[in-house]
Ligand binder design. Structure first.
Ligand SMILES: NC(=O)c1ccc[n+]([C@@H]2O[C@H](COP(=O)([O-])OP(=O)(O)OC[C@H]3O[C@@H](n4cnc5c(N)ncnc54)[C@H](OP(=O)(O)O)[C@@H]3O)[C@@H](O)[C@H]2O)c1
Length: 260
């Protein structure tokens, strides 16, 4: 199965790192310096013409910016067939919009990734359009699974996904910033405070994922009675905190709906 890409930017590179045999991959990229860099780093086939990818590849990742989708679609839609699958990672482009732009002659998949894909720890939600062959679904899930975790969902959940895992890296980084600033206020050097906050965030997520432990018993377990964490939690565990988080996600989901 030949894998292709329309666009070879940051997110495309994150996905490419999870493709096992990169020599068979063909990427279309119009920025020549970027194309040279990708060829040198990964040994992939590069072209500046999206039509070549449309002619040669079976499963093609659409990884250009939202404003470039129409131009790409205009060039490739006459060439695509029902035997091919286009996997769009473009934020806000619904399956209906993609169908309109790319025509009825191709199978479609919509993916909402996040930028942790670039560290092989991404979160990708996948929504399948009509008629995507089993083999293509398996290939999409194998590739994206190699770049982190995947979940197959109905497209109606994509505004929530965009708000939670799509925008989430910024919210967790904000929490890390707040933790690091709190550490600096207690006299730590900024670099040390950041390391302590970041490794704690990373290690907690890793432990929770690997143990599968429910969150409440975990939190209560760390909060020893009369101990330091319990004293801290008394300040954090207020209805206002969870309300602020819920409002954050709702605002992002509303915006996602407006942009779609
Ligand atoms: N970054 C994120 O966290 C994130 C999260 C979720 C979804 N996404 C989605 O992922 C997509 C890609 O984002 P990105 O951050 O990887 O963007 P990016 O780094 O700007 O990559 C897009 C690449 O596509 C190239 N391109 C545009 N039109 C082309 C054409 N006609 N033929 C060949 N190449 C073309 C661009 O070249 P030029 O620069 O020369 O135009 C650029 O190198 C976006 O649609 C975004 O919505 C991103």
């Amino acid at each position: 199965m030949k894998i292709g890409f329309f666009g070879a930017g940051k997110m495309a590179e994150g996905i490419l790192t999870a493709v096992e045999d990169k020599r068979g991959v063909l990427m279309a990229e119009k920025a020549s310096a970027r194309a040279a860099e990708m060829r040198r780093k990964y040994g992939v086939g590069m072209t500046d013409d999206v039509k070549e990818v449309a002619k040669e590849c079976d499963v093609i990742f659409l990884a250009v910016r939202p404003q470039d989708v129409e131009a790409v679609a205009a060039e490739v839609s006459p060439l695509l067939s029902k035997k091919q699958t286009v996997v769009s990672i473009v934020a806000g482009k619904t399956l209906a919009k993609l169908r309109k732009a790319l025509g009825a002659n191709v199978r479609l998949v919509r993916v909402m990734p996040n930028l942790a894909l670039r560290a092989k720890a991404g979160m990708c939600a996948i929504a399948y359009g009509q008629g995507v062959p089993k083999a293509h679904k398996a290939e999409v899930e194998r590739i994206l699974g190699g770049a982190g975790a995947t979940v197959v969902l109905e497209e109606r959940h994509f505004d929530a996904v965009t708000a939670l895992s799509g925008s989430g890296p910024a919210y967790f980084a904000y929490m890390e910033e707040a933790m690091a600033e709190g550490g600096v206020a207690l006299g730590l050097k900024p670099a040390v405070a950041r390391l302590l906050a970041e490794q704690t965030m990373y290690g907690t997520a890793k432990f929770l994922r690997e143990s599968g432990m429910p969150l409440r018993p975990f939190i209560e377990g760390v909060c020893t009675k009369g101990g330091t964490t319990e004293a801290g939690m008394r300040k954090l565990d207020k209805p206002s905190f969870k309300k602020a988080v819920a409002a954050t996600l709702k605002a992002a989901a509303d915006r996602s709906r407006e942009l779609a």
